[in-house]
Every structure is written in structure tokens, then in C-alpha cells.
Design a protein around this ligand. Structure first.
Ligand code: FES
Length: 210
């Protein structure tokens, strides 16, 4: 329940037994915080999606989505997550790949609030030896932590999740998602030799692009 107190320009929000008072507008650019969505004990400003704690008004974070080549002017971040920066058909074009790699290098990288402590995470299937992953690894050897997960494990692997401590072991020959990629499906994919080497075995092909 949300109720406005006009004189104080304060909103009262009740959550179960608890009562919270918060400013009517958000501390970023005075967005109409009172119209925000409630998530647990926080409220999300409808203007730029900053999330504020109902307990003490702290900014709890914000997620901004954009696309490769789009403007990021005026926006900073602590962590940038880049998901498949180019499609399979874009990856075979030198021009498209170079545009994406230049945007990552020149624009996205400059958006980290704290370049010394911020992180850029690139999640992608390998599509070309100089796609974003290939480009970053070649340009800055030893700087990036490279996590390579082939569809079919090539050797025994042990992966430990850094926060939960969960350990996942793969034996050579284990398939990553066997419920989706059955052995028959893997064999069908393997017949498409170059695609299999690149997309499913993470950059093992030497495609040069056009
Ligand atoms: S105005 Fe509220 S998050 Fe920007």
C-alpha cells in the first residue's frame, strides 16, 4: 500500500507489519519514485531503474541494457556483461567484427566507474578467431580470465564456483547439456565440421572471414 503526504512530499509504504517513509522523488534525477515498483524491501525508480532500499534509502543498484554500437554516453557501471556481441552471420564479416571489437575496446571499456576494480564479462559462443573473445585475448594476453566450455569435454575438467564453492566435474567425453544435445545430436553437429569446431568447441577453427 502506498499513500502520499502532500505537505512533507513523502510517501508512506506499508509492507506487511512494517511502515516505511521515503522521498517522493528519487535522488538521481528526481524521477517519480512514488510510482516505482516494489521489490521485496526496495523500490525501483521508473525513470532509470535504480533500486532503493526502503530501510535506509541506499541505492542498491541499477541495470541498464544496451546493444553493441549503441550510445552509452553518461552511463557508468561497475560490471558490464556482454552477451553474444555479434551474430553468426555478422562474425564472418571483417567490417561487422571490427565495428563490434572497436565499440568494446573504445566505448564499453570507458564506461567502467572504477577501471581498476570494475569488470567486463563477455559471454559468447566462439564464431571466428578474431571475434570479441579472440580479439581481447590476443590484444591483452594474460589480462582476461578465459573460461572455455566445449560442448564435449576434451579432457577431465574440474570447475569450482567462486562464491558458492560448488564443484562441477566433467570427464573427457561428457556432453555439456545432455538432455538437449543427445549423443545423436552431437554426431549430427560434428558432421558440420567447421561450425562444430567453432561454435561448439569454442574457437578451434581458423576461419578467416570475408
Ligand atoms: S531519475 Fe530515478 S533512477 Fe534516474
Amino acid at each position: 500500500m502506498s499513500k502520499q503526504l502532500w505537505k512533507a512530499r513523502t510517501h508512506i509504504i506499508t509492507r506487511g507489519e512494517r511502515i516505511f517513509a521515503l522521498a517522493e522523488t528519487c535522488s538521481h534525477f528526481s524521477g517519480p519514485l512514488a510510482e516505482g515498483k516494489l521489490i521485496c524491501n526496495s523500490i525501483v525508480c521508473p525513470h532509470h531503474n535504480s533500486r532503493f532500499s526502503l530501510e535506509d534509502g541506499r541505492v542498491l543498484g541499477q541495470m541498464i541494457a544496451t546493444s553493441v554500437g549503441a550510445t552509452t554516453m553518461g552511463r557508468g557501471c561497475d560490471t558490464a556483461i556482454l552477451d553474444d556481441p555479434v551474430s553468426a552471420d555478422q562474425a564472418v564479416s571483417d567490417a561487422e567484427r571490427t565495428t563490434a571489437n572497436t565499440w568494446i575496446d573504445a566505448t564499453l571499456r570507458s564506461r567502467l566507474n572504477d577501471p581498476a576494480r570494475g569488470a567486463i564479462i563477455v559471454v559468447m559462443q566462439r564464431l571466428h578467431e578474431l571475434d570479441a573473445t579472440g580479439f581481447l585475448l590476443e590484444q591483452e594476453p594474460g589480462v582476461w580470465t578465459h573460461v572455455r566450455l566445449p560442448l564435449v569435454a576434451e579432457e577431465d575438467e574440474t570447475w569450482t564456483f567462486p562464491f558458492s564453492g560448488r564443484v562441477v566435474q566433467r570427464k573427457a567425453g561428457d556432453i555439456l547439456m545432455p538432455e538437449r544435445f543427445t549423443p545423436e545430436v552431437v554426431e549430427q553437429q560434428r558432421a558440420r565440421r567447421l561450425v562444430f569446431a567453432g561454435q561448439y568447441h569454442k574457437g578451434r577453427h581458423r576461419s578467416k572471414g570475408i
